[in-house]
Design a protein around this ligand. Structure first.
Ligand SMILES: [Zn+2]
Length: 329
């Protein structure tokens, strides 16, 4: 089982970044997720390059997560998408004629811009994977002129929206593979959506499907009686099994943030549920926000990660491949 750690911190102070990356590597991680918002790269390209090279230096691979970008993906920062702000005409329009704060992914100029951004990142920086974190289209049926033109049957617009969303994600993965077939493509869902999962596992250019794990409900008295044999939630097992059936990798993401004392105590049980589902990869956060005991949560996370048996990495060899330095730890 590989370990991925989300690093949603500033890259401005190289010594601190290196120290953090070394800690992450020592915890057994083979890769990090770094999230970037639209337009951000224009402000600190040197920090971005240096930061990602530092990750490579300590033997960590990098998944780049495009945050916001049309307000279609999760982001560590609550700031809205610059693209949507500057292109209000691209926004989703509902059947009442109201605009919503996200770009309609069917707009050709948006697709062109977004795909060019991804190409830029892959060509300019040492990136091993593109991770689409919590992609969503607002669950709103769009009645904009583009969607109406692409789907003249108004009664089919809701179905069209869903189908074109899956096509959009598939096209994005194909675009990444077209630039460099060794770059891994990943989609991580905020919650389990059986029909969406069934569609996504069929995308030929998607390598990995993941799920953010919500805090498990408290064990019932009968479960407590058989402590030690807690069954993983069905959705965790299902996503792992479905991914495997379709020759894709799976990832389960531990929510080690926003924890009060009780949440922190539940973390090991939560981790156990993830482990029992046997995903290819387990993810978590490095010192992420709003924990009542930040240091305690990271130390506990490290302890849990260390219980995962380590083994050699099996990323495909590519132009950005760095030989893992497991023996040097
Ligand atoms: Zn639309």
């Amino acid at each position: 089982m590989d370990i991925t750690v989300a690093y949603f911190h500033s890259l401005f102070h190289p010594d601190l970044v290196r120290r953090d990356f070394e800690q992450i590597r020592a915890a057994g991680a083979s890769s990090i997720v770094y999230s970037i918002q639209d337009e951000e790269r224009r402000y600190w390209p040197r920090d971005l390059e240096r930061g990602l090279l530092l990750a490579q230096d300590v033997g960590l691979k990098v998944y780049l997560s495009p945050g916001q970008h049309g307000n279609l993906f999760a982001t560590p920062s609550p700031a809205p998408s610059w693209y949507t702000f500057h292109h209000p005409e691209s926004r989703v329009l509902d059947h009442h004629g109201r605009y919503h704060d996200l770009t309609c992914f069917n707009h050709e100029p948006f697709r062109r811009w977004f795909f060019q951004e991804i190409a830029f990142y892959l060509n300019a920086y040492p990136i091993n994977g593109i991770l689409l974190d919590e992609p969503h289209y607002g669950e709103i049926t769009c009645f904009c002129s583009v969607c109406r033109a692409l789907c003249p049957d108004v009664t089919d617009l809701a179905g069209f929206r869903r189908r074109s969303w899956v096509t959009f994600l598939g096209d994005l993965c194909a675009h990444v593979k077209g630039i460099d077939k060794h770059v891994r493509t990943a989609i991580v869902l905020p919650s389990y959506d059986a029909s969406l999962v069934e569609d996504l596992v069929l995308l030929p250019d998607l390598d990995m499907l993941g799920l953010h794990l919500r805090r498990p409900s408290r064990p019932s008295p009968s479960e407590t009686a058989t402590a030690g044999s807690v069954e993983p939630d069905r959705c965790e097992r299902e996503i792992v099994d479905l991914a495997r059936q379709h020759q894709k990798r799976s990832l389960l993401w531990l929510q080690n943030f926003d924890l009060d004392e009780e949440g922190q105590q539940e973390l090991p049980r939560f981790f156990q549920l993830a482990q029992q589902a046997e995903p290819d990869e387990v993810a978590c956060y490095y010192y992420w926000r709003n924990n009542s005991d930040p240091e305690g949560v990271w130390q506990l996370t490290r302890q849990l990660l260390r219980s995962i048996p380590r083994r050699q990495l099996h990323w495909q060899t590519g132009k950005h491949f760095a030989v893992p330095r497991l023996g040097e730890e």
